[in-house]
Design a protein around this ligand. Structure first.
Ligand code: DX5
Ligand code: ZN
Length: 220
């Protein structure tokens, strides 16, 4: 199997049965994507620290925490202490991303930077080689179940080239609208870690859906 990871997004899980839904995917998934929304940076409110602390007790999965919040710097420490393994913040939300990346790393966590579809992709180029993950938003952040934005292909190819030119090992992750039908061309454009909400948790068999996404991505 080629190098590929699937990160199911619990935003699409049934919050009334959250642990049941996580248990259903924990064997096949590579990490768990956790969408934190504050109602300011995005027009939606999801959940926060107490939920992460609670689920941390019942699974050993790696937590990939996506902060869709203004002023992320204020919260790095609490999210690190709540059990996140990766902390990803938006480039649009920080005046000093380098300082946040350093802080995340100093807490022994993997660091990620996310980029909104309306932000030039070049804005994250300075962080290539500094962060572990660049998360390219392939829908408008705030809600699950949206369609993949076609403008993303070109953005991914530009980012892939910039990373390869620097021989860096920063991973390109994509977030939003990933399905069995489009994952191959997103893989071919350069992404290697795929956040998938609806296409995993709304599938009849979420575990099988993960394998199927991987199979479709790497078809030759
Ligand atoms: C959107 C979130 C995504 C979302 C993806 O703001 O960041 O992680 O859960 O959901 P799907 O896969 O349904 O587009
Ligand atoms: Zn997300």
């Amino acid at each position: 199997m080629k190098d590929i990871g699937i990160a199911p997004s619990i935003l699409a899980a049934d919050f009334g049965y959250l642990m049941r839904d996580i248990k259903a995917i924990e064997k096949n998934a590579d990490c768990l994507h956790i969408d934190v929304m504050d109602g300011h940076y995005v027009n939606n409110i999801s959940f926060g620290i107490p939920v992460i602390q609670s689920i941390r007790k019942y699974t050993d999965m790696k937590f990939f925490t996506h902060l869709m919040i203004t002023n992320p710097g204020q919260y790095i420490k609490v999210f690190a202490e709540s059990g996140s393994d990766n902390i990803t913040f938006h480039v649009e939300c920080s005046e000093d991303p380098d300082a946040l990346i350093e802080e995340i790393k100093s807490m022994g966590k993997s660091a990620g930077i996310a980029v909104h579809p309306d932000t030039p992709i070049e804005d994250v180029f300075p962080f290539i080689g500094k962060v572990d993950i660049i998360l390219v938003m392939t829908v408008y952040p705030g809600f699950g179940g949206q369609g993949y934005l076609d403008i993303s292909d070109e953005r991914l190819r530009k980012l892939r080239k910039a990373i390869d030119d620097q021989n860096a090992d920063t991973v390109i992750a994509v977030d939003g609208g990933v399905t069995e039908d489009n994952i191959k061309h997103i893989y071919d454009a350069g992404a290697r870690l795929f956040v998938a909400g609806s296409s995993v948790f709304h599938a009849e068999d979420p575990e099988k859906a993960i394998d199927e996404l991987k199979r479709c991505a790497t078809l030759s």
